[in-house]
Design a protein around this ligand. Structure first.
Ligand code: SF4
Length: 207
């Protein structure tokens, strides 16, 4: 039987500091970065947001910008037309309803255009330090391979991880899974031979 406690401990000791690879200094910057990062590498998102946040340092400036101007700033990003419309709308809602601040409520976050569970949970956890688990493609894949979940639904994977990992470790654990999935347990060619879980991982779906 797979020792999930050991898996959690090893992930935490290999990735001790919770971190995302997006650059952000506030919940607002994190929210914008996450919206932009859908199907866009974090490195490209970071290049875009560097200038973006100089021009739109808070939701107020973004709410006053035209969708066309926002679109121009993010043109190198995939799905930029949709993202520009969503960002403009998000900024307007933040300023109309929440005094130009990002709310620290899951329900309020997922009501924003272009924001689903993963983004809401990442904003809560990394923007506000509230325990939550953001299930992206890496977390979903690794959780299945190590046997923590057998679901391809992010919400179920989130619930399965919550049953195994202590709440005070959720943020560090899921951000560790993102890094493990991105650099070791890759989608096409997982590097099991050099993985720190090799001896205890059931490698579900790979055998
Ligand atoms: S041992 Fe292989 S399948 Fe298991 S987590 Fe590591 S890379 Fe992924």
């Amino acid at each position: 039987m797979t020792n999930f406690k050991e898996i959690v401990e090893r992930v935490l000791s290999n990735y001790p500091k919770p971190k995302l690879e997006l650059d952000f200094k506030s919940p607002y910057e994190l929210l914008v970065g996450l919206v932009l990062s859908a199907r866009c590498r974090d490195s490209l998102t970071n290049r875009i947001t560097k200038d973006f946040f100089k021009k739109y340092p808070t939701p107020k400036e973004m709410s006053e910008a035209s969708t066309e101007d926002i679109n121009e700033m993010i043109a190198s990003c995939s799905m930029h037309n949709t993202k520009a419309k969503n960002l403009k709308k998000i900024a307007e809602i933040l300023c109309e309803k929440y005094s130009c601040e990002v709310p620290s409520s899951f329900e309020k976050l997922i009501a924003l255009p272009g924001v689903a569970d993963k983004t809401a949970n990442m904003v809560l956890s990394f923007g506000f330090g509230i325990p939550a688990i953001g299930v992206d493609t890496h977390v979903l894949r690794v959780a299945n391979r190590v046997g923590m979940s057998s679901s391809n639904k992010a919400k179920q994977v989130e619930e399965d991880i919550k049953k195994i990992c202590p709440k005070d470790k959720w943020i560090a654990f899921y951000s560790g899974l993102i890094l493990l999935g991105r650099y070791v347990c890759k989608a096409k060619s997982p590097m099991c031979g050099s993985c720190f879980l090799n001896d205890i991982c059931p490698k579900r779906g790979l055998k």
